[in-house]
Ligand binder design. Structure first.
Ligand code: NAD
Length: 402
């Protein structure tokens, strides 16, 4: 039977992968499910007039235009989910739950559900909504959307301005999913085409442990923990402003994650945590040609060309000065959906994380939340986070019971 690809979402990323999948898989059916407002209707109407046009530009300055013909564009999951072999969920993370609940009753056995991108916790959201049926599926989680893309005109044209060379993903297979991980990997890679190249992590816990989810909170902490409350004249540089003290926090946090990985490997034989490397190595892997000086973590952050000129998130005061904007996503997202999850995994492993506790205690106060009390994740706002403890997981063994 023909390959059936379902794209969930109606934003930039959804347009982009709809176009790419149509061009790499001309034989397949590509369908779209968008639940938001009247997007399905609007996209369907424009597709009846003309195909979706994608313009993809490359680093050498060349560009290539192609057309895509999504077959069914709908807001009704029962029309498209039951036929899908592979389901891409390509929406901002705050709408993941809505999409997962909508597709859950209709997902067929042996399908692959892809979070593009997905935070750690996406796996648990799916397992909770699908129950036993999740055991017959595979879940792939991507670290980021590998294309830089913007809709030019909704349902009509999409611009793909950049493609990452490499993108990291992890796969969690249900206990009754039959194919092996390499198969899943190949399936997704063929849909992506030549690039990005997918790099598969050896297990799904490595992604949260090795991702620098703590980097924004820790740099903010180092900069503002002793702040006297006086507005400053200029917005301070964010990464270029990393000093020895900030770099020390980052190295310590990275060490705490490595200790956690080591302890998980000790408790759970057969689990390979080799992907959980020191933060400096993560930078070398991700930004190899952009680090002017990679002799230390501090120098790597200060000289990463990709970070040039980035400043601390600041609010302007009435007299034209600046104060830190702690409501920015660097804390409001990176703490509950990133750092708290890292803490949660360390706690399950029984690893002490004094530095993480110190940064979390400061950060949660800045956003008016309570996640940890002392060194334990028992604060009243824990249910709003993606920590594994929220999903009936009580120890490291439970993380691998599926
Ligand atoms: P987007 O901003 O285009 O997504 C908007 C879409 O999300 C809407 O069209 C709608 O379908 C859905 N949506 C928005 N609000 C909703 C609501 N209240 N209820 C239900 N659905 C709603 O997002 P994107 O650019 O496609 O990015 C998807 C993810 O990829 C994001 O997490 C983003 O951070 C990440 N990302 C995007 C890019 C890029 O270049 N576009 C690059 C890297 C990472």
């Amino acid at each position: 039977s023909r390959r059936n690809i379902l794209i969930c979402g109606g934003g930039n990323g959804a347009h982009c992968i709809a176009a790419i999948a149509s061009s790499t898989q001309p034989e397949a059916d590509v369908n779209v499910l968008t639940l938001f407002a009247d997007e399905a209707e609007r996209w369907r109407e424009s597709s009846q007039k003309a195909p979706l046009t994608a313009t993809r530009s490359y680093q050498d300055g060349s560009a290539y235009t192609f057309e895509a013909h999504p077959k069914i564009i709908t807001k009704d999951p029962s029309l498209v989910v039951p036929h899908a072999n592979i389901i891409f969920i390509v929406v901002p993370a705050f709408t993941h739950q809505q999409y997962i609940e909508a597709i859950a009753p209709h997902v067929k056995d042996s399908s692959i559900i892809v979070g593009l991108p997905a935070r750690f916790g996406f796996e648990f959201q799916i397992q909770r909504s699908m129950g036993q049926n999740a055991e017959r599926c595979a879940i792939a989680s991507f670290e980021t959307l590998p294309w830089v893309c913007r809709i030019e005109e909704f349902g009509v044209s999409i611009r793909i301005m950049g493609t990452k060379d490499m993108v990291i993903a992890s796969i969690l297979k249900g206990s009754r999913y039959e194919k092996d991980s390499l198969n899943i990997f190949n399936e997704i890679q063929t849909i992506f085409g030549e690039s990005p190249k997918i790099k598969l992590l050896s297990n799904y816990l490595s992604k949260p442990l090795v991702s620098p989810d703590f980097i924004h909170p820790a740099i903010l902490y180092a900069k503002w923990k002793d702040w006297d409350g006086e507005a400053v004249a200029e917005k301070p540089l964010f990464y270029q402003g990393v000093d020895h003290k900030a770099a020390q926090y980052l190295n310590d946090l990275s060490e705490e994650m490595i200790s956690t990985a080591r302890e998980i490997a000790r408790q759970q034989s057969g689990v390979d945590t080799k992907d959980v490397v020191p933060l400096i190595d993560w930078y070398k892997n991700h930004y190899s040609d952009q680090l002017v000086d990679d002799s230390s973590l501090m120098r790597a952050l200060q000289t990463n060309k990709a970070y040039d000129g980035l400043v601390h998130p600041m609010k302007e005061t009435s007299d034209g000065k600046f104060v830190p904007d702690f409501a920015y996503r660097y804390l409001s997202e990176d703490v509950p959906f990133g750092m708290a999850v890292q803490k949660g995994i360390a706690e399950l492993a029984g690893v002490k994380t004094p530095v993480m506790d110190e940064v979390l205690t400061w950060a949660q106060e800045k956003i008016g939340k309570e996640y940890i009390i002392g060194s334990k994740l028992t604060g009243k706002n824990v249910p709003e986070t993606l920590v594994p403890q929220n999903y009936d997981i009580a120890n490291i063994g439970d993380l691998f019971k599926h």
